[in-house]
Design a protein around this ligand. Structure first.
Ligand SMILES: [Zn+2]
Length: 238
């Protein structure tokens, strides 16, 4: 999928992915999505604005050492999330960092993400939590976050947000939306259950694994079509 996409197409996807996370409530003024330039240690990254204002023509090219190689403007200060994840994970082609409210709420009530509906099955292997609340503004913190993510798809960041890392920017974006949707449902279930997590019918390991293909190519393409058309139809400011 990624190999077939032109560089201009990849730039468009990155800009669109940024607008999607803003339009779907994962981020407001802050948050960012990037994509690796295939086969390199470089990636497309937006300038320091709301992700809802990202455009393909204004993307920067950075490398895994945090160096700006081309483009005009200042990068988002948490560039180190992206730089060090691409350095640590050659399999990763897209990274989303957002500040979505339901996921943040889960971290602050000490509840790990649980699979409580079908689309949460993508995260059946568990979502680790990065406990430090600081913004990831140094190479060292980027490396620590990458270590916490390990080989996984996503990491919760306490009081701060989430980061997803998948082979493709579209998949990383869909995964971020699904994780926030799942966290939102878990919170609603907890509230309906009087705050008692034992009353939630969390999926068994087998049930969760059986729904594990929620970020596979077929699901991602269908979800991406919906998210992208919806985001384009309601751009920020209109
Ligand atoms: Zn952040």
């Amino acid at each position: 999928m990624r190999a077939a996409r032109s560089m201009n197409g990849l730039r468009r996807d990155v800009a669109l992915a940024n607008r999607i996370i803003e339009r779907f409530g994962l981020s407001g003024a802050f948050g960012h999505v990037s994509a690796r330039i295939p086969g390199t240690d470089r990636f497309y990254f937006p300038t320091r604005r709301s992700p809802g204002l990202a455009s393909a023509g204004e993307l920067l090219v950075l490398d895994t050492e945090g160096k700006i190689l081309s483009g005009k403007g200042t990068p988002n200060s948490e560039l180190w999330i992206h730089a060090r994840l691409y350095a640590a994970r050659p399999d990763v082609g897209g990274v989303v960092h957002a500040h979505p409210p339901a996921s943040i709420c889960l971290t602050q009530i000490g509840q790990p993400h649980r699979v409580v509906h079908n689309q949460g099955g993508a995260f059946h292997a568990g979502v680790p939590e990065f406990e430090r609340i600081s913004l990831i503004r140094t190479r060292e913190l980027g490396d620590l976050l990458a270590r916490k993510l390990g080989a996984g798809l996503a990491v919760m960041m306490r009081g701060h947000g989430i980061t997803t890392a998948l082979p493709d920017v579209r998949a990383a974006t869909v995964a971020a939306c699904m994780l926030e949707e799942s966290a939102g449902m878990q919170l609603r279930m907890l509230a309906a259950a009087g705050g008692d997590p034992a009353r939630i019918r969390v999926y068994t390991r087998e049930e969760a694994e059986s729904m594990g293909d929620q970020v596979g190519p077929r699901v991602v393409e269908r979800a991406w079509e919906y998210y992208s058309i919806a985001a384009e139809a309601r751009p920020l400011g209109r």
